[in-house]
Design a protein around this ligand. Structure first.
Ligand SMILES: [Fe+2]
Length: 240
């Protein structure tokens, strides 16, 4: 499981250049404590005030599209390279992310001149230790999820989800369109149930015995284990 999805940051200088402004408006779809700390350090170091406009990615994007050139957005921070690419494809970003700091801090494959990755996340396979053996898991790759040995055993959320879109995009890039298409058919044939729910729901399906393996991002396991999503999810997380 070497491939990664990444969280990314899009720089979008619609109205003003924050290089000369004393504040920056960030349309923010990422809601982590660490990010808030980062912004306050940025303000301390530069004297530039950070105004956060928080929301879900879809709502923020809709607002920026509607506001167009009048948008107050300077930066858009969201999750997943796929989402950044799609927003860029709509003509909603500007190029200019070419500073030496960006170039020296972010590997080439995680940035364009329109958006820059700021965090990496892994999309992994969860499994039931009761129903899946170590031998079955050996040599596991995304590609091998299409192997008929997983027939009726996989839980994965819908293909319309951005994490899965990015996963498929990586397979198209690495193996070609035809192979990725065949892979998708193979995975569908292996599904334990019709796709439903979010990443955590796939882990729950494994815990409930509905599926033997599930595809979900790593941090959801930590979220479930924390108990913040309730005792049912906490128990389920302990089982995969
Ligand atoms: Fe997520």
């Amino acid at each position: 499981m070497k491939k990664m999805t990444i969280s990314a940051l899009i720089l979008s200088l619609f109205a003003s250049s924050f290089a000369i402004a004393n504040e920056v408006n960030i349309f923010n779809a990422r809601h982590y404590k660490a990010d808030a700390e980062l912004y306050s350090k940025f303000t301390t170091a530069t004297g530039i005030k950070v105004n956060l406009i928080n929301g879900k990615a879809g709502a923020l994007e809709k607002r920026m599209i509607e506001e167009g050139a009048d948008s107050a957005a300077d930066l858009y921070i969201t999750a997943d390279a796929g989402r950044c690419g799609a927003f860029k494809a709509k003509g909603m970003t500007q190029s200019g992310l070419v500073s030496s700091t960006i170039k020296s801090s972010v590997p080439k494959s995680f940035r364009t001149t329109h958006w820059v990755g700021v965090a990496k996340r892994a999309r992994i396979v969860y499994y039931s230790p009761e129903r899946v053996s170590g031998a079955e898991l050996s040599g596991l790759t995304y590609e091998s999820l299409a192997d008929p040995k997983w027939k009726g055993r996989i839980a994965i959320r819908a293909s319309s989800n951005i994490y899965n879109k990015s996963l498929v995009a990586s397979l198209v890039k690495n193996n070609g369109k035809k192979a990725a298409g065949e892979w998708a058919k193979g995975v569908v044939a292996n599904m334990a149930r019709d796709p439903k729910g979010n990443d955590r729901a796939q882990i729950m399906a494994v815990a409930a015995g509905e599926a033997d393996i599930a595809v979900a991002n790593t941090y959801y396991l930590a979220l479930m284990l924390s108990g913040n999503k309730g005792p049912e999810q906490q128990e389920a997380a302990k089982k995969s």
